[in-house]
Write a protein that binds this ligand. Structure first.
Ligand code: ATP
Ligand code: MG
Length: 329
């Protein structure tokens, strides 16, 4: 039996999590759900954006499924809190163009692996009279473990190459260490091609030759920027899943936010969340079911019979979910 913490959150978070649970309920899995709270509504009720019980529950569970939250200015970000408390050091974003959807480039299929715990996100900033300085922390430990994650995933999915993205020509010490750690780990994977690119060049290559990449490993801020660029390439926030993964825990969420403009209308696209669930099942070593969901979603998108408004159709969230369930059968 799996214990899964669900955090629906705000806005369309609730609709997409319900859709995701409908999919899970349809599969032959033994899941115990623990509902937990976070976000704006939680803040209005309790005065905190993420109660301690939510963190505890996520820590104890086999995995966490996160919807979306509306952020509260000046308050702790629930997702940052969870990443830190659960040591979710890897942010994994599959970038894939689906047949039947408007992708800027066809046949794209790569993974972005972003280091999630340090870099420019260590939030150590100092303000002086006429200048402000931000620290950028790169450790050997974090650089090696994210590189290892990249090579392991390449091995698991039979990917040919892993690319390290950095700016070591300018950030000689920090990115120098990141790059050195990457190539040290690469030695343990002689069958996988290890290479590296400057982040500025990579920003261009994602547009000019995205098909050439398999697995991309990079530091926190570069990963943040490149993954949004990649999202733009395959088009459609409603389709993109993500995972925040550590050695003991995993939290899975759609890339999109709470989209208050369309909340409560039953028109949000549940696919990003359903694909996040496939990632979660893969993490739980339920690869067979994960793959089944992935294929069902791809088929529904390809047929294009049922499409939510973001995909150009007029169907509702629940119609899309039902169609994916039919395809699963
Ligand atoms: P937040 O502040 O929570 O990030 P946001 O208004 O920035 O909310 P996002 O979810 O980031 O909203 O998405 C931006 C826009 O993309 C939304 O306003 C919505 O119109 C569209 N969108 C996002 N996710 C979906 C989805 N799952 N289905 C359909 N449209 C979506
Ligand atoms: Mg947003």
């Amino acid at each position: 039996m799996y214990n899964i913490t669900t955090i629906a959150g705000d806005g369309i978070g609730k609709e997409v999590i319900n859709a995701g649970i409908a999919i899970l309920d349809h599969l032959d899995l033994n899941i115990n759900y623990i509902e937990a709270e976070a976000g704006l509504e939680t803040f209005e009720k309790t005065g905190t954006t993420i109660p301690e019980e939510t963190v505890k529950s996520a820590k104890k569970s086999d995995a966490t499924l996160f919807g979306a939250i509306t952020s509260v200015a000046g308050e702790k970000s629930p997702i940052l809190r969870l990443r830190k408390s659960l040591d979710l050091y890897c942010n994994l974003r599959p970038v894939k163009s689906f047949n039947g959807t408007k992708s800027i480039k066809p046949n794209i299929d790569f993974l972005i692996i972003r280091e999630n715990t340090e870099g420019l996100y260590c939030q150590v900033e100092s303000l002086y009279e006429n200048e402000a300085i931000a620290q950028r922390q790169i450790t050997r430990k974090a650089s090696e473990r994210i590189s290892k994650f990249g090579f392991e995933i390449a091995k698991k999915y039979n990917k040919k190459s892993v690319s390290c993205i950095h700016k070591a020509n300018v950030l000689k010490l920090t990115d120098g260490l990141f790059k050195e750690s990457f190539y040290k780990i690469a030695k343990n994977y002689p069958d996988i091609n290890a290479n590296d690119y400057y982040v500025d060049a990579m920003a261009m290559f994602l547009v000019t030759k995205p098909k050439e990449f398999d697995v991309i490993v990079t530091t926190n801020l570069f990963g943040d920027i490149l993954s949004d660029e990649a999202a733009g390439l395959v088009g459609g926030l409603g389709l993109l899943p993500s995972g925040n993964i550590g050695d003991k825990n995993g939290l899975f969420e759609p890339v999109h936010g709470s989209a208050p403009d369309i909340a409560g209308k039953n028109i949000s696209n549940p696919v990003a969340t359903i694909l996040s669930i496939a990632m979660m099942l893969d993490f739980l070593k339920e690869e067979y079911v994960a793959n089944k969901i992935q294929i069902a979603v791809e088929n529904v998108l390809k047929h294009g019979k049922i499409q939510t408004p973001d995909l150009g159709g007029t169907n509702k969230t629940n119609e899309m979910t039902t169609e994916i369930i039919k395809e699963l059968d």
